[in-house]
Design a protein around this ligand. Structure first.
Ligand code: HEM
Length: 511
C-alpha cells in the first residue's frame, strides 16, 4: 500500500501517537489523508433515478440500416459496438428497494466509433407530462413530501395524486404506472422505450421519424403486488442481485433493438401527434422492426466508478440520428448536462473513464475542476494558424454532425398545440388492451394507492376528472371501492363511456 503521493505505508491500523495511550499527532499525514478521502466519498445522488444497477455489453446490428440511417454503428453486422447499460427506479433514493411500484429507467450508452450515442429510455413508452417545463412539478409531487420526507414509496400519497387529478395529460402514463409494467420481475424481463419520436437520417439527408424499442428475449414478466411488497422487505436488492448473478453465471441478458419507422409523408395519415410524449404509435399500425441485439455480458468492476459516475445525456447523439421538437425531449437536452455539472463536480465529467468516448476527442475545451487532459501547445482558439488550424469535421468530411435542416417558423409564445389536447383516448386503449387479470391488478393498484390518499377531494377528483374519462367499468369499480359516488355523466348503462374517445385501432385502420 502507498499514500496518494506514492509513499509506502508501513502500518495502516494504528494512528501515530505519543506513547501507547497518548493523543494522535497532527503530523500523521497517512491518517489525515485516509480520513479525508473517506469523509468525501459521497457525491450527490441523482435527482431522479438515484437507485440503479448496470452492466457492460455490446450491440450488433442484424443488417445494414443504410437505407434509413448513416450512423456507422448501424451499418455492419460484424461490428460489435461496446455499450454500458444502467437500469434504475425513478423516485426512490440510492438505498431504496428495487421492487417498488415505479417506472424503470433503461439507459444505454453506445460507445460508437463516431462518438457516444445515449438512448436514455424507460420501461414505459409514454411519460407523465407533455412539456419539460413541468418536470420539476411532477417530480416534486412524486418524491417524498418536503416537510417530513415521507412516504418513500413513489405513488401512495396525496401530493402525487393531487398532481394527477389536476393535470389530465398524466392519464395515459398513470394507467401504465398502475399496471403490472411498473412491477417488473427482472431487469432481464422488461421492455425499454426511447419514448420520444426521434429521426433517422440517411447519407442522402432523407429524414424519417422513429420510435425506439428494446424487446427482452426472455419476454416480459412482472411480479404481483404481494410478491413485490414482501421482496422489498426481504431482499431490497432483488433486481440488482438478479442482474449480477445472471451475468456471473453466463446467462447473459439480451434485448433486441426495435424501430417503428414513419415516413414524414405518412404522419398526417397516422393521426397521432408524434411530438406528444404521452402517446404511443400502436404496434398494430406501425410494426416494430427488430434491427439488432444488445447483449449484457460483463458486470462492472466498481459500482461507484461505473454505475454511479456514468453520465447519460439525451443530447449525446451521432450523425444519422437526430432530435425532434417534442417539448419534453427539448427540455431533456438541457437538463442532463446541467445536473451532471453539479453531480459529478464540474465540467470535466466526460473524462471519467466510464463516460469517455472511444472516438478520439479534439477541441479547445480546457481547465476546470478535475481536468485530466493536459492540453498541449499554444493554440486554444479557432480559427488559428499556430496549431494546425483544427479543421471542422463537417467541412469536406461527412462524418461531422449536421443538424437536420428542419423548416421552422411561428410566433414566439408560451403555448401548447391543440394537437396535444387528447389526454384520454390512449389511456382507454391501454386499459382495454389488458387481459382480465391485468385489468384486475390495475384496479387493485388504484384502490391501494388512492386508498392511502388522506384528502377525500383528491380521491374524488382523480375519479371524476381522470378515471371517468378512461373507462366505465374502471371508474365504477374504483369509485365503489373507495366509497365515492360513481360519476354518472361519464358512464352509459352498458358501462361504456359516453365521452368515449375517437381513437381506436379500428378507426385508425379505416382511415
Ligand atoms: C435521469 C431529467 C424525462 C429517463 C435523469 C436525471 C435528470 C433527468 C436530471 C439525472 C441525471 C444524472 O444525474 O445523471 C429529466 C427531465 C425530463 C426527464 C428534465 C423531462 C423533461 C425522462 C424521460 C425518460 C427519462 C421521458 C425516459 C424516456 C431517464 C433515465 C435516467 C434519467 C433512464 C437515469 C440515467 C442513469 O441511469 O444514469 N433525468 N428526465 N427521463 N432520466 Fe430523465
Amino acid at each position: 500500500m502507498t499514500t496518494d503521493q506514492g509513499i509506502g505505508i508501513e502500518n495502516t491500523d494504528d494512528s501515530l501517537r505519543v506513547g501507547a495511550r497518548g493523543p494522535t499527532l497532527l503530523e500523521d499525514f497517512h491518517f489525515r489523508e485516509k480520513m479525508m478521502r473517506f469523509d468525501h466519498e459521497r457525491i450527490p445522488e441523482r435527482v431522479v433515478h438515484a437507485r440503479g444497477s448496470a452492466a457492460h455489453g455490446y450491440f450488433q446490428v442484424y443488417e445494414s440500416m443504410a437505407e434509413y440511417s448513416k450512423a456507422r454503428f448501424l451499418q455492419d453486422p460484424s461490428v460489435k459496438t461496446p455499450v454500458f447499460v444502467r437500469f434504475s427506479t425513478v423516485a426512490g433514493s440510492r438505498g431504496s428497494a428495487d421492487t417498488v411500484r415505479d417506472v424503470r429507467g433503461f439507459a444505454v450508452k453506445f460507445y460508437t466509433e463516431e462518438g457516444n450515442f445515449d438512448l436514455v429510455g424507460n420501461n414505459i413508452p409514454v411519460f407523465f407530462i407533455q412539456d419539460g417545463i413541468k418536470f420539476p412539478d411532477v417530480i416534486h409531487a412524486v418524491k417524498p413530501e418536503p416537510h417530513h420526507e415521507m412516504p418513500q414509496a413513489a405513488s401512495a400519497h396525496d401530493s402525487f395524486w393531487d398532481f394527477v387529478s389536476l393535470v389530465p395529460e398524466t392519464a395515459h402514463m398513470v394507467m401504465w404506472a398502475m399496471s403490472d409494467r411498473a412491477l417488473p420481475r427482472s431487469f432481464r424481463m422488461m421492455e425499454g422505450f426511447g419514448v420520444h419520436t426521434f429521426r433517422l437520417v440517411n447519407a442522402q439527408g432523407v429524414s424519417r421519424f422513429v420510435k425506439f424499442h428494446w424487446k427482452p428475449l426472455l419476454g416480459v414478466a412482472s411480479l404481483v403486488w404481494d410478491e413485490s411488497q414482501k421482496l422489498a422487505g426481504k431482499d431490497p436488492d432483488y433486481h440488482r442481485r438478479d442482474l449480477w448473478e445472471a451475468i456471473e453465471q453466463g446467462d447473459f441478458p439480451e434485448y433486441e433493438l426495435g424501430v417503428q419507422i414513419i415516413e414524414e409523408s405518412d404522419v398526417d395519415k397516422l393521426g397521432i401527434e408524434l411530438l406528444d410524449p404521452t402517446k404511443i404509435v400502436p404496434e398494430e399500425l406501425v410494426p416494430v422492426r427488430r434491427i439488432g441485439k444488445l447483449t449484457l455480458n460483463r458486470n462492472p468492476t466498481n459500482f461507484f466508478a461505473e454505475t454511479e459516475q456514468v453520465a447519460f445525456c439525451v443530447a449525446n447523439i451521432v450523425p444519422g440520428i437526430d432530435f425532434t421538437d417534442d417539448p419534453l425531449m427539448q427540455a431533456r437536452l438541457f437538463s442532463y448536462l446541467d445536473t451532471q455539472l453539479t453531480r459529478l463536480g464540474g465540467p470535466n465529467f466526460a473524462e471519467i473513464p466510464i463516460n469517455r468516448p472511444l472516438a478520439p476527442v479534439h477541441n479547445h475545451q480546457q481547465d476546470g475542476f478535475h481536468r485530466q487532459t493536459i492540453n498541449a501547445g499554444r493554440a486554444n482558439y479557432h480559427p488559428n494558424s499556430l496549431g494546425g488550424g483544427c479543421p471542422m469535421l463537417s467541412v469536406g468530411n461527412k462524418s461531422g454532425f449536421v443538424h437536420h435542416p428542419e423548416k421552422l417558423g411561428g410566433q414566439k409564445a408560451r403555448v401548447r398545440s391543440e394537437s396535444f389536447g387528447d389526454h384520454f383516448s390512449q389511456a382507454t386503449l391501454f386499459f382495454r388492451s389488458l387481459s382480465k387479470p391485468e385489468q384486475e391488478h390495475l384496479i387493485e393498484a388504484l384502490l391501494f394507492e388512492l386508498g392511502k390518499v388522506e384528502r377525500k377531494e383528491i380521491r374524488q377528483r382523480v375519479v371524476e376528472r381522470i378515471l371517468a374519462n378512461i373507462d366505465g367499468e374502471l371508474v365504477t369499480r374504483v369509485a365503489e371501492g373507495l366509497g365515492l359516488p360513481v360519476p354518472r355523466a361519464s358512464v352509459t348503462p352498458k358501462g361504456k363511456l359516453e365521452k368515449s374517445p375517437a381513437l381506436s385501432i379500428e378507426n385508425l385502420k379505416k382511415e
